[in-house]
Design a protein around this ligand. Structure first.
Ligand code: ADP
Ligand code: MG
Length: 459
């Protein structure tokens, strides 16, 4: 069962790699989850500064991390609670509210335990040991294993792509963790393309900083870049990435890259990078079959020391088919529910819990965000989606916009037509039907729409 302490620890583990190390240590020390009630998580912070920072700067990360664990958590509130002066400066104190409302310090949890290594950026929780292999990922796994035997010389670069929540990050981080175990002293660096860009941006115009950055990257043995599809268009950025890539590649250093789609389909990627990536191995991760989904659930249950009946397991495996993260999320939701009610779950309750969280709680978005996500994804101008342009390459993205406006926002057909340059409502109906129909037998389209939605709700 997940205690508040474990819950917060999971949240922190997820947030840490996303923000600067200094920010994490400064603003998340002496924080804890006080209480979880009716969809609201109460987070304790040591002072007003921390409260302000968490609220204004990190709230999005925090709420996202909570929701990855449980869709049922809708709000996060921050409360200031006093800590004893003796708290170690770099520890997260776990506080618990007692019945009489006095607050006592229950235990302390050293940040080190959940620390993402600041040198490598690797999270120790991702290992091959807790990575389940099935038909959907066995080739990617095998390629990683064989690259590990002969680092830099088997598959270089190794390019892994696939939908959201299918274990790409887990696999490539496990590669990093395992290579350090296997070859002590080896230099590994994991980075998301977004963080890579922000490091570059911070160094532009500062020659010393830039030199230091280049030096850091030059000495890497295993370079792991996550979500390369977010590498922005822009000459300077792509050129700097290209140089980093080449200097490592020429020295036979291992490069591992992940993406939500194959290099050819990344519109923002420069041609020379695409062809570089195609010089290595490009391998996809698909979706797990029923047996594998059940196996994953069983392993996660074990990890969390929680158990569910075969019937319930079967029900979950049958209702969540295309995303391991959601599978894990469903399990966490059930754990949290059990923890709050303190009674074992019946299958009816399970159905209720899982249906309310996945269907009824619509996440919030706006037409603007939908337009932005689609235009980003296909790399076309927002204006082109909105006006009457009949260019062939705009047609499909625009139909997807219509489909998403209809399905995510429940907008009326006429209002969608109005919004998109005064089109007739029958055009909109046709578009929505076309996309729905295509979705039935076009896996690639399904994949595209899934990653667009992912972007929409990140905006
Ligand atoms: P992606 O990077 O493809 O979006 P992640 O690697 O973040 O997906 O995986 C989402 C969650 O599912 C993580 O918590 C991860 O540990 C878990 N997961 C994914 N694939 C597997 C697997 N094959 N075995 C065990 N856990 C997995
Ligand atoms: Mg990932």
């Amino acid at each position: 069962m997940m205690t508040n302490e474990e819950l917060w620890k999971t949240v922190l583990t997820e947030i840490e790699p996303q923000i600067s190390q200094a920010g994490f240590i400064t603003w998340f020390k002496q924080t804890s989850v006080l209480d979880m009630k009716e969809g609201t998580a109460l987070v304790s912070v040591p002072n007003g500064f921390a409260k302000e920072w968490l609220q204004n700067k990190y709230h999005k990360h925090i709420i996202q991390a909570f929701r990855n664990i449980s869709q049922g958590i809708k709000h996060v509130e921050y409360v200031i609670t006093k800590h004893s002066e003796t708290d170690a400066p770099h520890s997260v104190a776990i506080i618990k509210k007692k019945k009489d409302d006095s607050i006592i310090k229950e235990s302390q949890l050293d940040i080190k335990e959940l620390r993402v290594d600041p040198q490598t950026n690797l999270n120790p929780r991702y290992t091959f040991g807790n990575f389940i292999i099935g038909r959907f990922n066995e080739i990617a796994h095998a390629a990683a294993q064989s690259a590990l035997q002969n680092i830099g010389r088997t598959y270089n670069p190794l390019f892994i792509y696939g939908g959201v929540g299918l274990g790409k990050t887990h696999l490539i981080q496990a590669f990093g963790n395992e290579s350090i175990k296997k070859y002590p002293g080896i230099k590994v660096k994991y980075i998301t393309s977004e963080r890579f860009m922000s490091e570059l941006l911070e160094s532009y115009g500062l020659p010393e900083k830039m030199d230091a950055l280049k030096e850091r990257y030059r000495s890497i043995d295993v370079f792991i870049v996550d979500d390369i599809q977010f590498l922005a268009r822009g000459e300077k950025m792509q050129e700097d990435f290209f140089h980093t890539f080449n200097s490592l590649y020429d020295k036979n250093k291992q490069i591992i890259i992940s993406s939500d789609r194959p290099p050819r389909s990344i519109a923002t990627l420069e041609e020379r990078l695409k062809s570089r990536f195609e010089g290595g191995a490009i391998i996809d991760v698909s979706v797990p079959d029923f047996e594998t989904r059940t196996l994953i659930l069983k392993m996660k249950m074990n990890e969390k020391q929680f158990s569910l009946s075969e019937e319930v397991l079967e029900y979950i495996s049958n209702s969540i088919k295309t995303n391991v993260r959601e599978l894990e999320g469903a399990l966490n939701r059930l754990i949290i529910h059990t923890k709050m009610t303190n009674t074992p779950l019946t299958i009816e309750e399970v159905k209720k819990i899982l249906s309310t969280t996945s269907n009824n709680v619509k996440k919030f978005t706006t037409p603007k965000k939908i337009i932005k996500a689609v235009s980003d994804f296909y790399d076309i101008k927002e204006q082109d989606l909105l006006n009457k342009s009949r260019k062939q390459y705009i047609v499909k993205p625009r139909q997807i916009v219509m489909y998403l406006l209809r399905n995510e926002l429940l907008s009326s057909f006429p209002s969608i037509g109005e919004y998109l340059g005064g089109r007739d409502h029958s055009t909109v109906i046709h578009a929505c039907e076309k996309i729905s129909e295509d979705l039935k037998n076009n896996l690639l389209l399904e994949e595209e729409i899934r990653s667009i939605k992912d972007r929409i709700y990140k905006l």
